[in-house]
Structure formats: structure tokens, C-alpha cells
Design a protein around this ligand. Structure first.
Ligand code: GRF
Length: 201
């Protein structure tokens, strides 16, 4: 079985797009693949409620659960618990989808070549936060999203695929973000399906 574990922090719209695509395209029959667990570091995240509602196993691993530890120790304890939750499903693929925590190199290396991330810019441009504002400020005519393998350096792993969105004269950061997100919902499921396809061959 190709278990896929998805990590989210908020609305989880990419996670939802992946799950719905996996059902529509019958990943279970075609690739013996399923989203077997959705983890959030925030119990209040909307995506978690959606996953619960459709019967996908969910788990909360909160970085705020270690108040008695020092910052470094808390981060380490959080990541150990996170890895334990992920590894319990023995996943073929770990998918970061709007997961807003930066992971330690040790954790990232543990999932080397099996952890994907989606980033809302055309990498290598605009790593980090506020990508839509920065693309507008820079006067970019094109913007978009990137799916890449996760490596210890932030947003710097090998690019798997990208979606390009033209920037309109009338765009605000919000309107641009919305159009990029719509493309992310097509891009991320497609990348994962291609990966499953090449694995099956
Ligand atoms: C997306 O724009 C993604 O690229 C970024 O965070 C956002 C998450 O949105 N990493 P959602 O939680 O999937 O709705």
C-alpha cells in the first residue's frame, strides 16, 4: 500500500484537492495509494474538520504542547512526536500542504526523496513568506506555484513542476493569491499522480 500522509496548518484546500482527486481518479485501485492520515499542528484548522467529516484519519501534533521545555527542546520534542505520528503509517510520500512550520534538517533528511512541498511562487524566486505581495512589488508579469522536494534549505529542493499565472494590472495580493491557489489545486494532485504512475511502472 502506498500510504500518503498530508501535513496542514490551516484551511487545507490543497489537501482537499488532493483527496478529492484521489477518489475521482481511483488511486486506490490504480496505484494501491490512499491518503491515510492528515496531521495538523493546529487543532482548530478547518482542513482537519473537513478530513474528519469525510472519514480520513486525522491527528493533531501541536508545537504548543511543550510549554515546560526550552524553545529548542520543545521544537525537538514536537518533531519527534510528528515523526512518530507520520511513521506509524509507513508512508511512501509525505505531503506538506500549507504546513506552516519549518522542520529541522534531521527530520527533513529522514524523509529524503519522499517529502513534497507546494510553495506559492515560481521558485527560485520569492522563497519564504508574502510571495504575492513581493511578486507585485517586483513588477512580475508572471507568478505561480511550485511543487518541490523538501531539503534542509528552505524552499530550495529540486523542482518537480510549476504552474504559471499571468499578473494582471488590476491585481491585488488577494486576487493574485486566489488565482495562484486555484492553480495549486490542479498542480499538486497532478504531480502526486505522476509520481504514483512512475512508481507503478
Ligand atoms: C498555499 O498557498 C500553499 O502554497 C502555501 O500555503 C497555502 C496553503 O493553503 N504553502 P491551503 O491550506 O492548502 O488552503
Amino acid at each position: 500500500m502506498n500510504n500518503i500522509v498530508i501535513l496542514i496548518s490551516g484551511s487545507g484546500s490543497n489537501m482537499r484537492a488532493i483527496v478529492e482527486h484521489s477518489w475521482r481518479e481511483r488511486w486506490l485501485e490504480r496505484f494501491e495509494a490512499q491518503v491515510s492520515l492528515v496531521i495538523s499542528n493546529d487543532a482548530a484548522s478547518r482542513g482537519l474538520a473537513w478530513a474528519n467529516g469525510v472519514g480520513i484519519p486525522t491527528q493533531v501534533v501541536s508545537h504548543k504542547d511543550y510549554p515546560s521545555l526550552s524553545k529548542d527542546q520543545a521544537r525537538q520534542a514536537f518533531e519527534l512526536d510528528l515523526c512518530a505520528a507520520i511513521d506509524a503509517h509507513n508512508p511512501s510520500l509525505v505531503v506538506l500542504a500549507g504546513f506552516m512550520r519549518i522542520l529541522n534538517p534531521t527530520t527533513v533528511e529522514h524523509y529524503s526523496h519522499r517529502m513534497l512541498n507546494i510553495h506559492p511562487s515560481l521558485l527560485p524566486a520569492f522563497t519564504g513568506l508574502h510571495t504575492h505581495e513581493r511578486a507585485l512589488q517586483a513588477g512580475c508579469k508572471f507568478h505561480g506555484a511550485t511543487v518541490h522536494w523538501v531539503t534542509p534549505e528552505l524552499d530550495a529542493g529540486n523542482i518537480v513542476d510549476q504552474a504559471v499565472v499571468p499578473v494582471l494590472n488590476t491585481d491585488t495580493a488577494q486576487s493574485l493569491a486566489q488565482r495562484v491557489l486555484t492553480q495549486e489545486h490542479l498542480l499538486y494532485p497532478r504531480v502526486i499522480e505522476n509520481w504514483l504512475q512512475s512508481r507503478a511502472r
